[in-house]
Design a protein around this ligand. Sequence first.
Ligand code: NDP
Length: 265
Amino acid sequence: MNKEIFAIFGNPVSHSKSPLMHNLAFKGLGHDACYTRYLLTDGSQLKEKFLSLGLKGMNITVPHKEEAFKACDELDAFAQKIGVVNTIVEREGKLYGYNTDALGFLKAIAEFKNIKTVLFLGAGGTAQATSTLLRDEGYEVTLLNRSKERLEKYKANGFETFTFETFKPKTYDLVINMTSAGLEDENLPAPIEILDCVIPKAKACVDVIYGKETPFLKLAKSYHKPTKDGSDMLLYQGIIAFEHFTEYKYSFDEIKGFMQRAFVL
Ligand code: NDP
């Protein structure tokens, strides 16, 4: 059998930890495969490139997750519902699509107990998948976003939504930064007056940004709140993707044992 080849497609893609994570797991588990990265500028060429490179599977990152959805022949029920795909596996010439970001996030917040109400700061692509899954799992999800436009589709889907101007503070068990504020700048995801109102009443605060302590997490820590960054979300979405890539040959914990080494190297 030929060596299986996997890749992450995105733009930019040079910063991605996925090749390191997956290659550590392939090597550690003795699975004959390798994982590389591919800078894809034109998302409409996703399927053609995937097939011409002879790949067995791929992950898809910004900004091609909607194009990846369109490229699939078969979708699992959750990917079908949200219209966003970050994992594709080829089986007998057909492309099967999944979303593992939201499942990874759900697993990452499982350590916080007695959480019922959740405030999302941000309403972009990552919030779209995760808010839907959290609501399906029984959480009450409210979205607060800087611009009004992005909230329209959430409102149409029955979510409670606010802009900074219309926000009426309540108590939220979990406050999550789902924006890119703090990623390459020192911005907070919402005005300090709002954060000073919701963070003290929260049981915990989570940031999806990883690899740095954002101003949001610093603020949450100043209120002595339990916090976590986006590293576990990244790790868990990778493990779930790996399970699809290898057709569930290995257990979650076996994969985790090798993949998590990417975070200490
Ligand atoms: P999008 O571009 O789809 O959405 C960005 C969101 O951030 C919008 O709601 C936007 O609001 C808001 N925003 C941006 N800058 C600011 C600011 N200065 N103040 C307030 N709001 C702001 O991004 P994604 O959903 O794809 O990604 C969001 C974050 O999630 C990123 O930081 C990304 O790195 C992280 N991420 C982490 C993953 C992980 O595995 N840990 C996986 C995927 C993403 P507006 O509508 O007003 O523009």
